[in-house]
Ligand binder design. Structure first.
Ligand code: ZN
Length: 225
């Protein structure tokens, strides 16, 4: 009530209004200390006006809105910086890209001495991914293609010489390429699925041309045998 009076009552009538408010508080059995405190708070809020700052693009900060960022508005204003918000409507604006650029992400192959091989993709070091496959074999993981092959082949898997076919950071491209290579050399690989994406013949031809897959596989010793 005090704050409303400060905002809307003409100055010459303010004292009268303040007395009315005080009387209303007293009649309703509010302690006098409580009424005075409310008056002090109202004055503090009303007179604590931030300096008027002229804004232009040089002192305006535009960030995507979220609750945490909105808490910065007042501190930034004290520094003469106006915070304005933009609102996100696209999925790519909402998703946070916080993964470091990784030069190790790749599509790779693991050979078996029987001349068949496994095709995989990973965003970690190939040697680390190989170690994970070895762990799956030790644990007899039936969902792991190399373990399935290990169980039916009497030759050794060449764990020590995995082949990096191509480094690709982009998750989508990496999985597309993995699926394309698996399909292209399905007769010679030990994979038990065709990869994350379904590649039809038209798309396979496009990817084979785009990445010169036949030359790539030949240079790595993985051409169709
Ligand atoms: Zn084998």
């Amino acid at each position: 009530m005090y704050l409303r009076a400060l905002k809307y009552v003409s100055p010459q009538f303010c004292d009268e209004e303040f007395n009315i408010i005080k009387n209303i508080g007293t009649l309703n059995n509010f302690p006098i200390e409580f009424i005075d405190l409310a008056f002090e708070k109202a004055k503090k809020s009303f007179y604590n006006v931030l300096p008027l700052v002229k804004f232009d693009v040089m002192n305006t900060l535009c960030l995507a809105y979220n609750l945490d960022i909105s808490m910065l508005r007042k501190p930034l204003l004290m520094l003469g910086i106006k915070l304005i918000y933009k609102y996100n409507h696209k999925m790519c604006d909402i998703l946070v890209k916080n993964s470091p650029s990784c030069k190790e992400a790749s599509v790779y192959a693991i050979n078996c001495a029987c001349s068949e091989f496994y095709i995989g993709q990973t965003n970690i070091l190939v040697t680390e991914r190989v170690a994970q496959h070895q762990q799956c074999v030790r644990a007899n993981d039936s969902s792991n293609a190399l373990n399935v092959h290990y169980g039916i082949c009497n030759q050794d898997i060449n764990w020590n010489q995995p082949i990096t076919l191509i480094n690709l950071n982009d998750y989508f491209s990496r999985n597309m390429l993995e699926a394309a290579i698996i399909k292209l050399i399905w007769q010679n690989n030990v994979n038990i699925t065709l990869g994350t994406y379904t590649i039809d013949n038209f798309l396979l031809k496009f990817i084979v041309d785009q990445y010169k897959l036949n030359d790539l596989l030949k240079s790595k010793g993985l051409d169709r045998r």
